[in-house]
Design a protein around this ligand. Structure first.
Ligand code: BG6
Length: 487
């Protein structure tokens, strides 16, 4: 598959086109693909939702979203005048056969107008409770039948636990072939996340030390200063473990820990990542307390502003036991990683907004420098900053200038923004283009999703039984609950 070629003519059908995800992320991403000349000449978006809107009203709504959220800033008149023609809207009930007949008609009309078949991408930007009805109805009208042209995109959360994820997979796979299914984990579309593969496998320098002989431990952290915003209703039923660790953080761990792929074939990469998930040591439910820590934020201060406790957020139960911080210590039982702990942690209302991975190397085997030279000795580390800064830092010892032999830790820095002046595409741009081009590499296969649930199920089960008595246990704007940094 040629990822440098523009996709062929395409219709994207967005279920939930009036919702937040479509407004903030999907439609601005499509607009930027248009600006960067990635869209085919024959291209349409059909927005579907329960809200009543004309095409013109929908276009205006999308325009506002782009002006607010697009990385390229406000839409220019000239660009918008062309782009808006590719947006149409239909009020539709996702349970009604008429909605799917309408989609079918549109596909036929466009294919006639465009004088040839087109890709049909069904994007489910909806609550998971709609997936079954959408998939079944698409199947019933024959819209899933063409394996090459019809593709379906499923957003997270993909299930609530292993059992419900399996159920969703059964539903999807009953109607669509696995090759047609694109389960999104938007972290995989981030530039710095894709760069992990380049960093590890396009360089001879790092791979020889990337194992238990040289690495002491690895930390993967996604810290957010944001609280739950307007998503309290969803988050209170999910929690940080399901919302972040099951997907984003375990995917980062797979990229860091996977074996070198033989090729960049989608299944080859996904097989190597799935191997990692299968090799993660199973945590016994009665030992979860040794391997996982949870927390919930109280009121506090973030960047000089007073913020509410989680339990006071809209949509959240006033006695909620849901964790807004989760941290796990994992081991990977294979030759490369035996004995190396992987710490994954994620929290809301933390002291900083920063996603990063630290590879902490072991100390040198023998210290030949005198003690006075090495007062501030620190073992080597590599830090991959995913966001907001996009950098890689290699920390090592160097001689301080002067007449004595005194050593100091120093950093070597690669900074995306300094090295490349071009703008960085948003994760959704990369992922939407991949769907249009039919490239599944950055998407989650059914077995991957299930393997990731399998890793966290003992923690989910243990935490469900053993409800926390000390929540809230960290003030907003701090580093998480006490003890979260000790294992
Ligand atoms: C989403 C989670 O998947 O990722 C959110 O549901 C979280 O809770 C978000 O805030 C973080 O993504 P990003 O790209 O903003 O770092």
């Amino acid at each position: 598959m040629d990822s440098t070629a523009k996709p062929t003519q395409t219709l994207i059908i967005i279920f939930g086109a009036g919702g937040d995800l479509a407004w903030r992320k999907l439609l601005p991403a499509i607009y930027n693909l248009y600006l960067d000349n990635w869209l085919p000449e024959n291209f349409m978006v059909l927005g579907l939702d329960i809200k009543n809107m004309t095409d013109a009203k929908f276009q205006q709504h999308v325009h506002e979203g782009i002006d607010k959220f697009s990385r390229s800033g406000k839409a220019k008149k000239k660009d918008w005048a062309i782009f808006e023609k590719s947006l149409m809207y239909k009020k539709g009930d996702f349970n009604a056969a008429t909605t799917y007949n309408f989609i079918n008609q549109q596909v036929n009309l466009l294919e006639k107008r465009w004088a040839g078949v087109c890709n049909r991408i069904f994007y489910m930007a909806v609550s998971p409770s709609f997936i079954e009805t959408i998939v079944t109805n698409l199947g019933a009208v024959g819209l899933a039948a063409d394996k090459a042209l019809s593709r379906i995109v499923a957003e997270k959360p993909f299930g609530h636990d292993l059992e419900s994820a399996k159920h969703l997979n059964t539903i999807l796979c009953h109607t669509f072939d696995e090759s047609q299914i694109y389960r999104i984990d938007h972290f995989l579309g981030k530039e710095t996340v894709q760069n992990i593969l380049a960093f590890r496998f396009a360089n001879a320098l790092f791979e020889p030390t990337w194992n238990r002989n040289y690495i002491d431990h690895i930390q993967i952290t996604v810290a957010e200063q944001l609280g739950v915003e307007n998503r309290g209703g969803y988050f209170d039923h999910a929690g940080a473990l399901r919302d972040m660790i099951q997907n984003h953080l375990l995917q980062l761990l797979c990229l860091i820990a996977m074996e070198p792929p033989v090729s960049f074939n989608a299944d080859e990469i996904r097989n190597r990542k799935t191997d990692v998930l299968h090799a993660i040591r199973k945590i016994e439910q009665h030992e979860v307390y040794k391997h996982a820590i949870r927390g919930q934020y109280n009121a506090g201060w973030v960047e000089g502003k007073k913020v509410k406790a989680y339990r006071d957020e809209p949509g959240v139960d006033i006695n909620s036991k849901t964790e807004t911080f989760a941290s796990m210590k994992l081991f990977i039982d294979n030759w490369r990683w035996q004995g190396v702990p992987f710490y994954v942690r994620s929290g809301k209302r933390m002291n900083e907004t920063r996603s990063y991975i630290t590879i902490q190397f072991k100390p040198v085997p023998h210290q030949s420098f005198p003690a006075e030279a090495t007062g501030n000795w620190q073992p080597n580390s590599i830090t991959l900053n995913i966001q907001p800064r996009m950098t890689i830092t290699l920390s090592f010892q160097a001689k301080r200038p002067g007449l004595q032999m005194l050593l100091n830790p120093v950093d070597m820095l690669f900074d995306y923004d300094e090295s490349y002046k071009t703008g960085t595409p948003e994760a959704y741009e990369t992922l939407l283009l991949d769907v249009m081009q039919g490239d599944t590499t950055l998407f989650m296969r059914a077995d991957q999703v299930e393997a990731a649930w399998d890793v966290i199920m003992p923690v989910i089960n243990a935490w469900a039984i053993d409800t926390p008595v000390n929540f809230p246990n960290y003030p907003a704007g701090m580093q998480g609950p006490e003890g979260s940094d000790i294992f």
